[in-house]
Design a protein around this ligand. Sequence first.
Ligand SMILES: Cc1cc2nc3c(=O)[nH]c(=O)nc-3n(C[C@H](O)[C@H](O)[C@H](O)COP(=O)(O)OP(=O)(O)OC[C@H]3O[C@@H](n4cnc5c(N)ncnc54)[C@H](O)[C@@H]3O)c2cc1C
Length: 433
Amino acid sequence: MNNKFKIAVVGAGASGMVAALTAAGYGAEVTLFEKKDRVGKKILSTGNGKCNLGNLNFSTEQYYCRDKKKLHKMFCVFSVWDSLSFFESIGLMVKNKNDYLYPRSEQASAVLDVLRTELVRRKVHIATETEIVKAVYHKNGKCFELTDFFGKTSCFQKLIIACGSPASLKRGDGLGGYNLAKGFGHKIRQIMPGLVQLRSDECFLKALSGVRVQAGIRLLVNEKEEGCEMGELQFTDYGISGIPVFQFSRIAAYALNEKKNVKVIIDFFPEQEEKCFTVMCRLRYESQMDKSIEEYLTGTSNKKINMVMAKQAGLKPGTKVEEAGWPVIWKLMRQYRAFAMHISGVNPMENAQVCAGGVDFGQVSADLESEIVKGLYFAGEVLDIDGKCGGYNLQWAWTSGYIAGRNAAEGPTGKNPENEKKQEILSKDKERC
Ligand SMILES: Cc1cc2nc3c(=O)[nH]c(=O)nc-3n(C[C@H](O)[C@H](O)[C@H](O)COP(=O)(O)OP(=O)(O)OC[C@H]3O[C@@H](n4cnc5c(N)ncnc54)[C@H](O)[C@@H]3O)c2cc1C
């Protein structure tokens, strides 16, 4: 170890803990500040308590980011494979479920436990219940002076801001990182809820509330397609939820904020090709003419959906299929393929899994160092980068934490002897998986 930089990491979430561990592994003396009573609390609620910590099906396409080239460079420095090696090197058994990575125990607490144990092992000073409310850089002393909530100050040579975002927190909470960044002259890109439910004022929602169905969903902003997803769609009394909705919710959030027209088009037969669908409908029509509309639709989709479809087509459930005639039946069935729903809003930040926007990625280098104040670094969700569902946000936390921690401690060419040997052994994992 050729230095003993004093480094402060503000925020002991996923990215802050990895930043602290990495910096300590590179020989720095690290203090990790956390305003809550325990470190890494959010990790416990990830992946429905199972913690989807990464995804082997990886590309920067899974991220919303203004500079994909820079982002790509960073994932080359610390990839999903490096996270896998890192977690195995600190004792976590990881399992691969169709490319989605989880702790083998399927307990998020296992991820937090190995990180906490390693923080102790690498002698990171942990200061919980310590909210940093002010940070200034003193040019003469070349140090960052931090002030906590109680007015206590401490000085460090390097500072890593890893304060996360307001996502999933109560209103007004979680803005501390942005305030610290603003204090150094950093620009904050408008924040919006991401991975969140969409709201609608369509009256059929009351009837559909509680329905879960496989569907294809397209997002239209001012009639232009801006997203297309497939998966389990959930209807609620206020709108729609589920992973396919989450994936493009941040696009809807920004569009609605700009007063654009937003709607979704739902395909309740995403598995069927258009031709097969037409033939299937016609054959069913010919063989079920003597039935009522309600009987004809039985089993087509969820019963609540069928009733809404009939109502939207202006048909009474008791009307005979023959009486309605093929053009009307065809119009009814077409609705299943392109069911339009106006979107009036998104749920608030408290309901969001991530936050879009944040500290401008354009004002940090690929080493995650501030381009305004040298020695200042950022990691995690506090930055203007958000990923889709599927382990991509935690992946960003690990990657950015590693890069910020390493560069703060040593600069990009530094080597960590302790880790190098382990990484060499564990790189065999890449072949094994
Ligand atoms: C319900 C839910 C489920 C999720 N599931 C997944 C999943 O399965 N897979 C996935 O990839 N992503 C998931 N995410 C997203 C993922 O959890 C986050 O992207 C990730 O935790 C962000 O890490 P972070 O370190 O940037 O921020 P955080 O984890 O939010 O950590 C920031 C920390 O900083 C502390 N802090 C803030 N300000 C200060 C201050 N001024 N002083 C001191 N401390 C401060 C906070 O208390 C917090 O502990 C989920 C999110 C939620 C809410």
